[in-house]
Write a protein that binds this ligand. Structure first.
Ligand code: SF4
Length: 122
């Protein structure tokens, strides 16, 4: 059986078809692979505890235990104020949680800093 040297008309890869297929294929690839995948949200359980010696923590007088607040340096501190009832503490009732002020760090529920804002009671 003899095979045709040239494919039947309309079956093979003509220049016209090639010119059309290459940009279409490139567009398809760009659509499939060109979009950046949304980054997975960071896992807070991997965050380190905020160190009181961290310069940003020191700047606002952060302490892990509100009982150690320097009341002369921070006269606005009131008894009972802790990170746990601060509006910036992300997950109340957790011993450690994220604080909006210190991204990717965990602060202590019993802690306190000068940026404290009492959470509104619902
Ligand atoms: Fe704690 Fe609020 Fe200060 Fe954050 S802003 S460290 S939650 S007192």
């Amino acid at each position: 059986m003899d095979l045709p040297i040239r494919p039947a008309r309309g079956v093979g890869c003509t220049r016209r078809r090639f010119v059309w297929l290459v940009p279409a294929g490139a567009a398809l690839l760009a659509t499939a692979h060109g979009k950046p995948k949304p980054a997975a949200p960071p896992d807070p359980s991997t965050f380190a505890h905020l160190d009181e010696r961290d310069p940003h923590a020191k700047a606002v007088g952060y302490v892990e235990d509100a009982a150690r607040v320097d009341r002369k340096a921070y006269p606005k501190f009131t008894a009972g104020s802790t990170c746990d009832n601060c509006a910036l503490y992300r997950v109340p009732a957790q011993p450690w949680s994220e604080c909006t002020l210190f991204p990717r760090k965990l602060v202590a529920a019993r802690g306190w800093c000068d940026a404290y804002v009492r959470r509104a009671v619902p």
